[in-house]
Design a protein around this ligand. Structure first.
Ligand code: GNR
Ligand code: NI
Length: 173
């Protein structure tokens, strides 16, 4: 079992980083991917971007399958949205870097994505439903965007303040 990593919270400035393209899929990257999956399952969450564990690489993992079954992590390296639908969905989103806060976010309902998988094999695939929402949330992280950035400044500032206090209090425990 891979070693889980520490998830950073807002307002950590690293979350505003634009992550860098991955140049090679080697054993070191696979180790990082294994650790990211472990970190996601432990949290637990349905997705995780590398920057959430302080690594500014364009890499993310999702697992939107039911909790009960086997773990089926899906890795996306250098994901690029090449098409998105006019039709949108609204989901009540959460984020492991914004613990215990949720808000409705509207995003395209379907996206076509170019990416490399865990083995560095290229794919172009269509995603919808929770997969599409989760992938867009994760790809936002790669571009330094967190879902609270879509809320009003007032709501965002209130949430950031609360998370900062909760994070600070947690360190003392
Ligand atoms: O665990 C997560 N749940 C979630 C719910 C709705 C929309 C997006 C997400 S992603 C989130 C994990 C996370 O913070 N990924 O960056
Ligand atoms: Ni998130």
């Amino acid at each position: 079992m891979a070693q889980p990593l520490t998830i950073i919270n807002v307002p950590d400035p690293l979350l505003k980083t634009i992550s860098q393209e991955v140049l090679r899929v080697d054993d070191a990257l696979k180790k990082l991917m294994d650790q990211m999956a472990e970190t996601m399952y432990r949290a637990p969450g349905i997705g995780l971007a590398a920057i959430q564990v302080s690594v500014p690489k364009r890499l993310l993992v999702i697992d939107t399958s039911d909790k009960e079954g086997e773990q089926t992590p899906q890795f996306f390296i250098n994901p690029k949205v090449v098409w998105s639908s006019e039709e949108t969905n609204i989901y009540n989103e959460g984020c492991l870097s914004v613990p215990e806060h949720y808000a409705e976010v509207e995003r395209p309902a379907e996206i076509r994505l170019e990416y490399l998988d865990y083995n560095g094999v290229p794919h172009v695939s269509l995603f919808d439903g929770l997969d599409a929402t989760c992938l867009q949330h994760e790809i936002d992280h790669l571009d330094g965007i967190v879902f609270i950035d879509y809320l009003s400044k007032l709501k965002r500032n209130m949430i950031v303040k609360k998370v900062a206090k909760a994070t600070k209090d947690a360190v003392v425990l």
